[in-house]
Design a binder for this molecule. Structure first.
Ligand SMILES: Cc1cc2nc3c(=O)[nH]c(=O)nc-3n(C[C@H](O)[C@H](O)[C@H](O)COP(=O)(O)OP(=O)(O)OC[C@H]3O[C@@H](n4cnc5c(N)ncnc54)[C@H](O)[C@@H]3O)c2cc1C
Length: 440
């Protein structure tokens, strides 16, 4: 008998877990991803802030499935779902038929009806995003040092104590330096908090002694959040703790402050215009655009509304997992958050369901087991909510480190990341402070 053909689009947490869970099933799987690797997104900010290299947090999909014979990996982008014909269409034009289709295509940042802001205020979702961000952060310090070097070398402008002032370098030059050394992070969720904490550590600790002209400790780092507190998905006390810790690191946290405009070299926050060449976006998510092509019910974030077994009511042969799905948590009645454990548990559930169906059986509806949430604030600080337990500080950071390491794919990656974290913790250095593009 012909084996059922399951097409999985997306090799992130959900798609990968599903495909691995079907290892011994009598099915033929085609796994399609526009990237050639599985990416551990929770550590992306560490690539963006020069602590880890891309290879530490990403593994080629082809290598992961080397010995799983029922999986065929294709690197391509799926452009359209033709649900009525049971076909998908790649952007390169080819079509694939399926018996079952699983879309696990994740999410992108949402710019609240201002897609034009993306080029100036990049987000952090892929390795390419992280490398661009790393480039921008490191290059800003280099540009500022170079600008000051040219000014001081050319005109000898300097104050007695060596400090750089508007008077010593001139109004225009001073404004340019301030712009380069001002970083604005939009969005006070876990990614914004992690980014702000890491950039503050780079500026105020790692680079402290490395420059002769500029003083990296004078770098301004602003974290702008529209809501009244940080880490809205965490208990209020942990959000307040994160704010206090960030302020200790020198971050200017602006709560209840909305970004009303993003310009090439400035951001307008409420009435205030902040001059900066570094705006990073960590606010809001929207599901991958592929989901729109199915012709099914979507929520406001563009996620497909799934039934309790993670399929679509209109097309039961299609399932949506992870960040692309709007799945109601039966315990709370609220939609499940876009986090890795949800995606992983959904992948595990669907593998079980498909295996049961192959034997003509049914399994109970999907239920999420919330094991807790964590966010780091910098080297050695974190907040964690584990059931009724609330943990902050170094212990929370140790827990965060251990859990993240356990979930990394591959022994080599776990070992490398553990070593680099120890190195960075003890020396306060960042191992990957490299600018690799030559378009400074
Ligand atoms: C910076 C950052 C930090 C985070 N930190 C945490 C954290 O600390 N803890 C936590 O639990 N969660 C965290 N998350 C969220 C977590 O990473 C996501 O919830 C999780 O990755 C969702 O898994 P997924 O499988 O749904 O999608 P993803 O992991 O995003 O995978 C989607 C895959 O689909 C592929 N794809 C997309 N569109 C197409 C297409 N048209 N054709 C082919 N392939 C396509 C992509 O290349 C990708 O490989 C973080 C996310 C980010 C971005």
């Amino acid at each position: 008998m012909k084996k059922p053909h399951i097409v999985i689009v997306g090799g992130g947490f959900a798609g990968l877990t599903l495909a691995r869970g079907l290892k011994r099933a009598k099915v033929q799987i085609t796994l399609i991803d526009k990237a050639n690797h599985h990416l551990f997104q929770p550590l992306l900010y560490q690539v963006a802030t020069a602590s880890l290299s891309p290879g530490d947090i990403a593994t080629p999909l082809r290598a992961i499935f080397r010995s799983q014979k029922n999986v065929r990996v294709l690197m391509n982008r799926v452009g359209e779902v033709r649900a009525h014909e049971k076909k998908i269409r790649l952007v390169s034009g080819e079509e694939f038929s399926y018996d079952k289709l699983v879309l696990a295509t994740g999410a992108r940042h949402s710019y609240f009806a201002h897609p034009e802001w993306e080029s100036t205020a990049p987000g952090l979702k892929s390795l390419a995003d992280a490398l661009r961000m790393r480039q921008k952060i490191l290059a800003s310090f280099e540009k500022a040092e170079s600008l000051l070097g040219v000014m001081q070398g050319g005109t000898g402008v300097e104050t007695e104590d060596g400090s750089v002032t508007e008077k010593s370098v001139g109004k225009e030059n001073y404004a340019e330096l301030t712009k380069l050394l001002t970083f604005v992070i939009v969005g006070g969720g876990p990614t914004g908090v992690e980014l702000a904490g890491s950039i503050a550590e780079i500026a105020h600790q790692t680079l402290r002694k490395d420059f002769r002209g500029i003083d990296p400790q004078k770098t301004r780092i602003l974290l702008v959040e529209g809501g009244g507190r940080l880490l809205a998905a965490f208990p209020e006390k942990l959000g307040a703790n994160a704010k206090k810790e960030l302020e200790k690191l020198g971050v200017d946290v602006r709560l209840s402050s909305s970004v009303v405009n993003v310009m090439f070299d400035a951001v307008q926050v409420g009435e205030e215009l902040i001059s900066t060449s570094n705006i990073f976006w960590a606010a809001g998510n929207t599901a991958s655009t592929l989901i729109k092509t199915i012709g099914t019910d979507l929520d406001r974030a563009g996620r497909a509304i799934v039934t309790e077994d993670l399929s679509l009511a209109k097309f039961p042969e299609i399932s949506i997992l992870g960040d692309a799905a709007h799945c109601v948590d039966h315990a709370t009645g609220n939609p499940l958050p876009g986090v890795a454990p949800v995606a992983i548990q959904q992948g595990q559930y669907l593998a079980k369901r498909i295996k049961a169906e192959l034997k003509g059986k049914k399994i109970p509806p999907f239920q999420y087991w919330d094991k807790g949430t964590m966010a780091t604030i910098g080297r050695g600080r974190a907040v964690a909510k584990l059931g009724k337990l609330r943990v902050t500080g170094f212990i929370a950071w140790l827990m965060w480190s251990f859990i993240h390491m356990m979930y990394l794919i591959g022994f080599r990656n776990r070992f490398a990341v553990m070593f680099l974290w120890m190195y960075s913790y003890v020396t306060n250095r960042r191992a990957v402070r490299l600018i690799t593009a030559d378009d400074l």
